[in-house]
Write a protein that binds this ligand. Structure first.
Ligand code: ZN
Length: 249
């Protein structure tokens, strides 16, 4: 390859990286010898591609741990939420953890910003170059039902399902929002077991309790096996109940 050194001002306005002119390389000449290095924009473009492939809903496009709003009028809640954001940030920036649990589960009532934090963690991980997928629990159920109807033979099902098995990080939002049929329960158990066996992490949010015997026990919605596996796979963070959190922020 033959690289020519150019001034950054040479690039026209339709080039997105003025540093390398979208070639992906910057060239330095030292004492007559030219050498090329990868431009930082390659990593940025990869992160952008990873983010658009992750299926994050538009509503959550710009969320970060920093823009998670913490109510200031109740010091107990404020401290609990500060701890929550700190742990979420640590999980995301140190991904992948070398030890179990590798994942994160955010449990708590509706409307306290669990999905916000979960997506913020996912986006941090994508920005570091890992591939991931956001999946609303209802969509996971629908995917499995559609696959069943097509006898799991369609290539679109296989592609989608393989992606859920193999991405570096899978976010399932609102786990347990609907009661699963036995078949869906088996399929979800299998998916989670596959990821566990292949040391693939998950991020999960749920409104339901992880405590067996609770009236709103998650195991009654998705099966006890799923809950027990998630206990092994995920650091569990409980989100405090905040009255009217959405109204206040
Ligand atoms: Zn560049």
């Amino acid at each position: 390859m033959n690289f020519e050194e150019k001034e950054p001002t040479d690039w026209s306005n339709d080039v997105s990286c003025r540093n390398c002119g979208d070639t992906g390389f910057t060239v330095k000449t030292v004492e007559g010898v030219s050498s090329a290095t990868r431009c930082a924009c390659i990593a940025e473009r990869r992160a952008g591609t990873l983010e658009s492939a992750a299926g994050i809903p538009k509503k959550y496009a710009g969320v970060t741990v920093d823009n998670y709003r913490i109510p200031q009028d109740n010091s107990t809640v404020m401290h609990a939420m500060q701890l929550l954001t700190m742990r979420t940030r640590r999980f995301a920036t140190s991904f992948p953890s070398l030890h179990e649990p590798r994942g994160l589960l955010l449990q708590g009532p509706n409307g306290v910003g669990k999905t916000h934090l979960a997506v913020a963690a996912l986006r941090t991980i994508l920005a570091a170059g890992f591939d991931g997928r956001f999946l609303w629990y209802q969509d996971l159920m629908r995917l499995i039902k559609d696959g069943f109807q097509q006898n799991f033979a369609s290539s679109s099902f296989t592609t989608a399902y393989n992606q859920l098995q193999d991405v570096d990080i899978l976010l399932i939002d609102d786990l347990g929002a609907n009661r699963a049929t036995e078949f869906v329960e088996d399929s979800i158990t299998e998916l989670i077991a596959y990821r566990y066996n292949h040391e693939k992490a998950m991020i999960v949010t749920t409104n339901y309790s992880l405590v067996e015997g609770a009236t709103d026990y998650l195991g009654d919605r998705v099966g006890r096996r799923v809950v027990s596996r998630l206990h092994e796979m995920c650091m569990i963070l409980e989100c405090p109940a905040v009255p009217d959190y959405r109204k206040k922020t």
